[in-house]
Design a protein around this ligand. Sequence first.
Ligand SMILES: [Zn+2]
Length: 124
Amino acid sequence: MQEAPTTVSAFAAGLKGRCPRCGRGSLFRNGLVLRERCERCGLSYAFADSGDGPAVFAIFILGFLILGGALLLEFKVGPPVWVHVVLWGIATPLLAFFLLRVLKATLIALQYRHKAEEGRFVSD
Ligand SMILES: [Zn+2]
């Protein structure tokens, strides 16, 4: 089946967590769980397999931001340890959730746009 080309930007769809084809239906339910299909255009999300990609990117970005922020705060301000525990203990999971959601939706949108899938041997 030939599908109509999408006009939705992969990054806009990723940032909003929207369907990669119509850009309106929600990609997720309950935060990070992928829906079965788009409630607007009916696109099945069965093709979507972002694997470990979002987690890897999230770990790199989070590590840079949180560790950099903690070191900067420590050397510039030198607050008591409980400030670090409370601040980074709250900031890390919130940022991780936001990053995972955006990265997962972006990678799925890019996968949809470029029709990326597992390699297969062509048999004659
Ligand atoms: Zn849709």
